[in-house]
Design a protein around this ligand. Structure first.
Ligand code: DCP
Ligand code: MG
Length: 645
C-alpha cells in the first residue's frame, strides 16, 4: 500500500514576516507595514472665521491681512479667488465674497486683540494676532487625540480573553493646521483582534517566517480616494497585509475626521501611506474633505508624477543643487540615475537618502516633540516711532503676542519655559539687549512686559534711540519644566481611560496633556538614520524656522516643499528657501543675527582671550552691563543656540 502523497500545491504566503508585523507594534520606522496619516485642515483660517461667524458653508469667504488674502474657503475657489490676487480683484471676481480681516493688536490698546472693521487700513498701528486660529488648532488637536483614544474601544472581539492593551500613538503637530499620526500600533492591535491567525506566530522562534495570506480578497475602501496601483499591479491581485493595514488606518482616520466635524464643524483632508513624505503628498491630492490612500503598490507611479522639489526637505537649496546637477526636477527622470551616479555629485549620505526618498523610502519618525527654540514678535514702523511712550505700547503688544504662544508651548503647566528675553532695536544703529528671565517667577504677560521695559530703558540709556524703525522682542533658551516631557507627546490610551476622556471632553481652549504621556526617546534612538538625515537638512535649511513675526505658521517647522504653489523666496544671504510671507521676519532674523555678531566682536575687544562656549554669553552680557545669559550655558537637548543669544 502506498503512502498518501502530500499535496504539492505550495501554500500561498504573505510577502510580510512576523518580525515586520511586530515592527508595527513598536512603531518601527523600517517595517513596510507602517501606517502613517497626515491630516490637513481645509482652508484653515477661512474655516475658523466661518465657524466663528456662523457663515453657511456655501458662502464664499476669504481671510484678509491688509490688502492680501491669506486663506480662501472652498466655496470661493470656483470664482477664481486665490491667495495670489488682491482684494479689488477678489471683489471683482465675486461681489458677494465675505472678506474678514484677521484679528489685530492695536498700538495703545494694550495686549488685547480684537476683530476690528478698520484693521485693513491700519497697518501702521495694528499687528496681526493669530491667537484665535491657534486656539482652534489646539481644540482640533485635542479632538483628534480623543478620537484616537476611543477608536475601536468597544470592538475588542474576544473581549473576555484579551486584556485591554495600552497603545501609544505618536502624533506630531507639523504646523498650525496639520498633524502626522503614526497609526501603526493601533493598526497592529486591530489586526490581531480581527485576524486571530496572526497571533499564532508571534511567540514563535522564527520571526522571519512569512505570515499567512489575508483571508480577504476584496477590500471595501468606502469613500476613500485610492491612488492607482503601479502599472505592474492590478486591482485583481490579492491584497496583502499592508493593504489590510492601510484599510484599517483609513477607518481610523475617517473616525477622527468625523469627530472633528461633529464636535467642532471643521472639515479636513487626509493622506495615508507608509511614511510621512507620501502621506503628506497624499493629503493634498483630494481636497476638500476627502482622504487619499497611497498603498505600497501605488507608490512608485504616484511619486513618478511629482517634481522632487515638491517633496519634504527638497524644496530648498538641496533641491536646487540636485536640479542643477542632474538637469531635471522630475522624479520620473531622476529614477533613471543610478546610486553611483548620484554619488558623483552628492555626498555619500545624501546620495543614499535621495536614492531612497524618490523610491518612496522615508524612515523619518512621527516626532511628537518638535521643539520650539525661540519666539519673536516684531514690528517695522513706517513712519518711524520717536518716543518711549510709543515703544512701551508696542512692548505691551509683543508681550501679549509672545505670551499667547508660550501658553501653547506649555508655559502654564510649566512644561517648558524660556530663560532669556531679548529686545532688538533698529534706529540710526542696530542693537539688542538681553537679560535672563528669573526662574522663580511665574511667566505671564506682565512679567514679559516688565522685562522688556527694563531692556528698553537700557537701550534708551545708550542714547541715539529715536527715530526707531523696527522693534522686536524675543524669548529663547527654552528649558523643560517640572512636568518634564509631558508636552504634545505620544500618549497612552487605555480602554477605561479613553472612555473617561470622552466623558470629560470639554470645550475649553487648553492643550493640557491627556492620559499618561510617555517619553519617546527610545523610539527616536532606533531611527538614527532618519535623525541624521534630518539634522543634515535641518542645518542650515531648517534651523532658523522657529521665529515668527507678523505671521504665525512659521513657528512650526517643516512648512517647506508645499505642493500647493505658495510662492517661495530664497534668501540671498543664507540660501534658505521659505514661503514668501516669511520673508520679512526672516530679514529681521538676519538683522538680529548681525547684531549678535557685532556684539560678539565688541565682547572680543573687551576680552581678548578666545571665549569658551560657556563664557561667550557671559562675556557678551557683561560687555553690555547685563547679568549673564541665564546662568546655564549648555544647549539643551533638541535645541540649537540662536546666534544672538
Ligand atoms: N497661511 C498664510 N499664508 C500663506 C499660507 C498659509 O497665512 N501663504 C495660513 C492660512 C492658512 C493656513 O496657514 O489657512 C494653513 O495653510 P495651508 O497651506 O494648509 O492652506 P489652507 O488650509 O488655507 O488651505 P488648504 O485647504 O489648501 O490646506
Ligand atoms: Mg490646510
Amino acid at each position: 500500500m502506498s503512502e498518501p502523497t502530500e499535496s504539492t500545491d505550495p501554500v500561498k504566503l504573505s510577502r510580510f514576516t512576523y518580525r515586520q508585523l511586530q515592527g508595527l507594534r513598536h512603531g518601527s520606522t523600517a517595517t513596510p507595514l507602517r501606517v502613517i496619516a497626515h491630516i490637513d485642515l481645509d482652508a484653515f483660517y477661512a474655516q475658523c472665521e466661518m465657524v466663528r461667524l456662523g457663515t453657511p458653508r456655501e458662502t464664499p469667504l476669504a481671510v484678509r491681512q491688509w490688502d492680501s488674502l491669506i486663506a480662501v474657503n472652498y466655496a470661493a475657489r470656483p470664482f477664481g479667488i486665490t491667495r495670489f490676487i488682491n482684494i479689488a480683484e477678489a471683489r471683482r471676481l465675486c461681489p458677494d465674497l465675505v472678506l474678514q480681516h484677521v484679528a489685530t493688536f492695536r498700538e495703545g490698546e494694550g495686549g488685547r486683540w480684537a476683530y476690528r472693521d478698520d484693521s485693513y487700513k491700519k497697518i501702521n498701528t495694528d499687528k496681526v494676532c493669530l491667537d484665535p486660529y491657534r486656539a482652534q488648532s489646539r481644540k482640533i488637536l485635542q479632538t483628534i487625540k480623543e478620537a484616537l483614544a476611543t477608536w475601536n474601544d468597544d470592538d475588542n472581539g474576544d473581549n473576555t480573553q484579551t486584556p485591554k492593551q495600552e497603545v501609544t500613538v505618536g502624533l506630531e503637530k507639523a504646523s498650525i493646521d496639520e498633524v502626522f499620526i503614526d497609526l501603526s500600533p493601533l493598526v497592529y492591535k486591530a489586526l490581531l483582534q480581527r485576524y486571530p491567525e496572526l497571533r499564532a506566530g508571534t511567540q514563535d522562534e522564527n520571526r522571519d517566517a512569512e505570515l499567512p495570506i489575508p483571508p480577504t480578497t476584496a477590500l471595501q475602501w468606502d469613500r476613500d480616494c485610492l491612488i492607482d496601483l503601479d502599472k505592474i499591479e492590478t486591482e485583481e491581485d490579492d491584497p496583502d497585509w499592508d493593504d489590510v493595514g492601510m484599510l484599517i488606518g483609513s477607518e481610523i482616520v475617517r473616525w477622527v475626521r468625523k469627530a472633528v466635524w461633529e464636535k467642532l464643524s471643521y472639515t479636513c483632508s487626509a493622506g495615508l501611506a507608509r511614511n510621512k513624505m507620501i502621506a503628506k503628498l497624499g493629503s493634498a491630492c483630494n481636497k476638500p474633505n476627502l482622504q487619499t490612500v497611497v498603498r505600497n503598490r501605488a507608490v512608485q507611479d504616484f511619486l513618478g508624477g511629482y517634481k522632487f522639489t515638491q517633496i519634504r526637505m527638497l524644496g530648498g537649496k538641496l533641491g536646487d543643487h540636485i536640479t542643477a546637477a542632474f538637469g531635471t526636477e522630475k522624479v520620473s527622470e531622476l529614477l533613471n540615475v543610478s546610486l553611483e551616479q548620484l554619488r558623483t555629485r552628492l555626498d555619500e549620505h545624501t546620495a543614499s537618502w535621495l536614492y531612497g526618498i524618490i523610491r518612496g523610502d522615508d524612515r523619518s519618525e512621527v516626532n511628537p516633540r518638535t521643539q520650539i527654540k525661540s519666539m519673536l514678535s516684531a514690528k517695522s514702523f513706517r513712519p518711524s516711532i520717536s518716543s518711549i511712550d510709543q515703544a512701551e505700547k508696542w512692548l505691551r503688544i509683543f508681550a501679549a503676542d509672545i505670551y499667547g504662544r508660550l501658553v501653547e508651548e506649555g508655559v502654564l503647566e510649566n512644561r517648558r519655559r524660556p530663560r532669556v528675553i531679548t529686545l532688538h532695536h533698529r534706529g540710526s544703529q542696530s542693537r539688542s539687549r538681553q537679560i535672563p528671565i528669573p526662574g522663580s517667577n511665574v511667566i505671564n504677560e506682565d512679567l514679559l512686559y516688565d522685562l522688556a521695559n527694563t531692556l528698553l530703558r537700557q537701550v534708551v540709556a545708550d542714547g541715539q534711540t529715536w527715530p526707531c524703525s523696527n522693534l522686536s522682542l524675543s524669548v529663547s533658551s527654552f528649558e523643560d519644566g517640572v512636568s518634564n516631557n509631558k508636552a504634545i507627546e505620544g500618549f497612552l490610551v487605555r480602554g477605561d481611560q479613553a472612555k473617561a476622556l470622552t466623558r470629560s471632553s470639554r470645550p475649553r481652549d487648553t492643550d493640557t496633556a491627556q492620559g499618561g504621556h510617555l517619553p519617546n526617546d527610545k523610539r527616536r534612538k532606533l531611527d538614527s538614520d532618519g535623525a541624521r538625515i534630518d539634522q543634515f537638512f535641518a542645518n542650515p535649511v531648517h534651523s532658523e524656522d522657529t521665529e515668527t513675526g507678523e505671521q504665525g505658521t512659521s513657528q512650526q517647522p517643516e512648512m517647506d516643499a508645499e505642493p500647493n504653489g505658495i510662492p517661495r523666496f530664497t534668501c540671498l544671504r543664507c540660501s534658505k528657501s521659505m514661503p514668501e510671507y516669511e520673508k520679512e521676519e526672516h530679514d529681521d532674523w538676519h538683522f538680529a543675527k548681525d547684531l549678535a555678531i557685532q556684539d560678539r566682536e565688541e565682547a572680543k575687544v573687551s576680552q581678548p582671550t578666545p571665549p569658551t562656549k560657556s563664557s561667550t554669553r557671559g562675556a557678551t552680557a557683561r560687555g553690555r552691563g547685563g547679568r549673564g545669559g541665564g546662568g546655564r550655558s549648555k544647549t539643551e537637548k533638541g535645541q540649537m543656540r540662536l546666534a544672538f543669544q
